[in-house]
Design a protein around this ligand. Structure first.
Ligand code: ADP
Ligand code: ZN
Ligand code: ZN
Length: 820
């Protein structure tokens, strides 16, 4: 044949590379690969990765030798065209690499990497002795069977395994190779059926004679026939065994005789058997009805709508109606929540209405389950509604009609580390637009930017100002703890007024929530003579003290330390607790109210999904009287019996050096206050502060979001912050402090040449070193009207110029666009 053009594919690799890579598609496979399919490709020294095909073409790249793809993994794309467009938008907008987006988007089970496998050489002839360690290693390598390096390291517990292996490779005693292993295994069960020849009446008669003398086998056969007599011809081995208490041996005998056939059947991990409970949707109250009408009206002109509704106004009920309308049109819905913590309650409410049309997707689910959700969404039996946290924006959608972003103000929608540092709310709006779908943002305390967008007409705005059944918003009472502390009238972190109200609530069998802000209140230990505080050796932070484990941990790198017996600075043996972490608060509460049942909800007590659900459930069921927690207790949870909320220290929020600190403080306090209040009784909030004159304190007390908004907006215009300007943080990291200082200065100089007064810094961030790397931050404030594409190009040029210099090669540079 002549002139048959070669075919190439461009792929994205799961690595932070600036470019796409091109591979040759072997002629035999042409036509079998589509855009969005996964392939295995070699990359670097003997490594293999799962890559995603984004283009198929006939132009051979020049300048390097093109390798062939190794394997095709999919017949059908797992990345849909809209998904790919979203990826592109993310890496362009958030200034990161395609591979970063790919890595964040797919569950691990869909992006296998190769592993190094070590194998004994079967042809090896031993000519000299092995060292003792070499012997130990060789003993772990049975002939003909490879073992992956990580297993070998674990099993041998040898430290210098790399050197050992090198020696053995040189002696040709072992080979190494790369193998791609699949961690995702479909979930299967063993099923039993009758061999074909017995699958009719006559066959069964025959069987009875065959098994005449094997009474036990006969019994099992009869049980099988009874269980399958409804026309079913197969049954799981487990079920048969459970219902007959049959041993494996008997089933094996029947299989050996050719009566039964055993085989594997793929069952999947997703619970698809439960029937949708056809609960009717709650009818809306008149305010909600009006809000729903307005939303539908606004959606005719606007793609995004902000639902600003006070806590417990029934926003969720409005969402449910809107979802129902969307499903009726045959379209899909994505329901985003800021945190896993919130999914439990909402899942229950949505499941009640939508049953198994609802799928849940989040990072605390086992990876294999996430793979199955992904695959299900690609199938014709996809879920109609996906409820999930930020990573669910990456799921494939066929026919998206509506995106709901609940608690849209939450900063957990922004991914901090690693790249892509995307904001899931803003990305979701882009996702919706790719499908011509609508986005509803809901919250009681809007993000300043969203409110601005709504007031300026970019978004529609709808308000719900009344709580359902006209339950009143809580009464918020300020307690000046500065003065009380001065008069020595504080009992630890509690004012007398708070304790008085707690006592009253407990007597009336009402529930209490105590809120302690996470920031700045990590429990620490301190030498009570010289003031020494233990710090992490890798990061510039004080260590957090965990009483229960009697350990110190670094919240940045996770390193744990033993508590020193004496102060390393002065030798004093008395180290005392400092700060009021939630653990210590709970302890104090137990001393003051020994009869009360308490629970604590913070990062430590909610590591597993179960633990979190447990805390919520027992609080909801009234088995806990006092719930003590951080940010987590403020998040849209709906409890019926809470009459009192205590905000232990408002200043830890307002004092934070960040342009958003007052906005955040307002949101947190308004949200946590919103947990108080029950039918027939107005809730009560005690707000403890040393700065009662701060405007934000009054704004919280009067629930005056408008005033907060206008004040913040003016301030932000003055100091060039969002929504008037777009922020980009440039981060630099390096091992060497003197060098990072110099490099950061260089970088800032270049940036200033190009962006002038829009550049601020370099600065040392609040935590100036993490995991042994020193950090500097340069701030860019760009007019929102400026072209981001231009900015990106400039930044890339500056980076390239700098890193052309040999000395800058080891500098790590990354960006955070729209930091939170
Ligand atoms: P939000 O999401 O605005 O905080 P929710 O939707 O959680 O408010 O509503 C608060 C409480 O009021 C919930 O217990 C909810 O079930 C109830 N509720 C709100 N609207 C209705 C309605 N129309 N019918 C019945 N119950 C409602
Ligand atoms: Zn000391
Ligand atoms: Zn650390």
């Amino acid at each position: 044949m002549t002139n048959c053009p070669e075919t190439f594919v461009d792929v994205i690799l799961p690595l932070p590379l600036a470019n796409f890579y091109t591979y040759l598609l072997p002629a035999a496979w042409v036509g079998e690969v589509k855009r969005g399919c996964r392939v295995i490709v070699p990359f670097g020294v003997k490594k293999f990765y799962t890559a995603i095909v984004i283009r198929i073409h006939n132009s051979r790249p020049s300048g390097y030798e093109v390798k062939s793809i190794t394997e095709i993994l999919d017949n059908h794309p797992i990345l849909l065209p809209e998904g790919y467009k979203l990826w592109q938008w993310i890496w362009n907008y958030y200034l990161c690499k395609p591979g970063d987006v790919y890595k964040a988007a797919l569950p691990s089970g869909l992006k296998l990497e190769s592993e190094t496998v070590v194998e004994a050489n079967p042809d090896f002839i031993k000519t000299g002795p092995f060292t003792e360690k070499e012997e130990r290693l060789m003993a772990l390598l049975p002939p003909g069977k490879g073992k992956d390096l990580s297993t070998l390291i674990k099993e041998s517990s040898l430290k210098n395994i790399a050197t050992l292996l090198k020696g053995l490779i040189e002696k040709e005693a072992v080979h190494i190779k790369e193998e791609v292993k699949s961690y995702y295994k479909p979930k299967t069960e063993i099923r039993i059926r009758l061999a074909r020849e017995f699958q009719n009446e006559k066959g069964i008669e025959n069987l009875k004679t065959i098994l005449k003398r094997a009474r036990k086998q006969q019994e099992v056969l009869l049980a099988y026939l009874a269980l399958t007599n409804n026309g079913q011809t197969e049954i799981s081995k487990k079920e048969l065994q459970e219902k007959t208490t049959t041993s494996n041996a008997i089933i094996n005998q029947l299989t050996d005789k050719g009566v039964f056939e055993l085989y594997e059947h793929e069952t999947g991990r997703l619970n698809q058997h439960e029937q949708p409970e056809q609960h009717t949707v709650n009818p809306l109250n008149p305010f909600q009805e009006e809000a729903l009408n307005q939303i539908n009206q606004l959606f005719k002109e606007k793609n995004v709508c902000l639902l600003h509704g006070v806590t417990a106004s029934g926003k969720t009920e409005v969402y449910i109606h809107l979802i129902e309308q969307t499903l009726k049109k045959g379209k899909q819905v994505l329901f985003l929540l800021p945190e896993i913590a919130l999914t439990t309650q909402i899942t229950e409410r949505l499941k009640r209405v939508f049953g198994n049309r609802l799928g849940v997707y989040h990072s605390k689910f086992p990876d294999a389950e996430r793979v199955e959700v992904w695959k299900k969404q690609l199938s014709t039996q996809s879920y109609d509604i996906i409820l999930g946290v930020r990573s669910s924006i990456f799921l494939p959608f066929r026919n998206l009609g509506l995106v709901i972003v609940d608690e849209e103000h939450e900063q957990t929608y922004k991914q901090q580390d690693p790249a892509p540092r995307y904001h899931a709310r803003n990305t979701a709006i882009v996702l919706a637009s790719l499908y011509g779908a609508k986005t509803l943002l809901g919250t009681a305390t809007p993000c300043i930017e969203s409110y601005y967008n709504a007031l300026t007409g970019k978004y529609g705005m709808v308000r719900l100002t009344k709580r359902h059944q006209e339950i009143q918003l809580p009464e918020i009472e300020i307690v000046d703890i500065g003065e009380l502390a001065h008069k020595r009238r504080m009992n630890g972190p509690f004012s007398p007024r708070l304790l008085e109200l707690m006592n009253k609530a407990l007597l009336q069998h009402e529930q209490i929530i105590l809120f302690q802000n996470r920031r700045g209140f990590a429990p620490m230990i301190e030498c009570n003579v010289c003031g020494w505080v233990p710090k992490c050796k890798n990061c510039d932070v004080s260590l957090t003290y965990h009483k229960r484990m009697n350990q110190l941990t670094c919240h940045y790198c996770g390193y744990t330390y033993q508590i020193p017996a004496e102060c390393p600075a002065c030798g004093n043996t008395e180290l005392r607790n400092k700060g009021f972490g939630t653990e210590r608060i709970e302890e104090n509460i137990r001393e003051i109210f020994p009869q009360a049942r308490t629970a604590r909800m913070d990062l430590d007590t909610t590591r597993s999904r179960r633990a979190y659900e447990q805390i919520i459930h027992s609080f909801q069921a009234g088995e806990t009287d006092i719930l003590i927690g951080t940010q987590m207790v403020s998040k849209g949870l709906d409890f019926e019996r809470v009459s009192l909320v205590g905000i232990l220290n408002a200043d830890s929020m307002t004092n934070f050096p960040d342009f958003r600190s007052h906005e955040r403080a307002f949101q947190l306090m308004a949200q946590v206050a919103g947990r108080a209040g029950r039918k027939n009784k107005r809730g009560h909030v005690i707000l403890q502060t040393r700065n009662k004159e701060l405007p934000v304190i009054r704004q919280v007390v009067e629930n005056d979001y408008e005033s907060l908004y206008h004040e913040q907006l003016a301030e932000r215009l003055l100091f060039r912050y969002p929504p008037h300007f777009r922020l980009i943080y440039v981060y630099l990291k390096h091992r060497d402090e003197a060098r990072i200082e110099w490099m950061a200065q260089e970088m800032a100089t270049y940036l200033k040449q190009r962006f002038g007064y829009r550049v601020l810094g370099p600065d040392k961030p609040a935590v100036g070193r993490i995991q042994t790397l020193f950090i500097r931050k340069i701030m860019l404030k760009i007019e929102v009207s400026a072209s981001l594409a231009k900015v990106r190009e400039e930044l890339e040029n500056i980076r390239a110029t700098l890193q052309n210099n040999e000395q800058f090669r080891s500098l790590i540079i990354y960006y955070d666009v729209d930091p939170c």
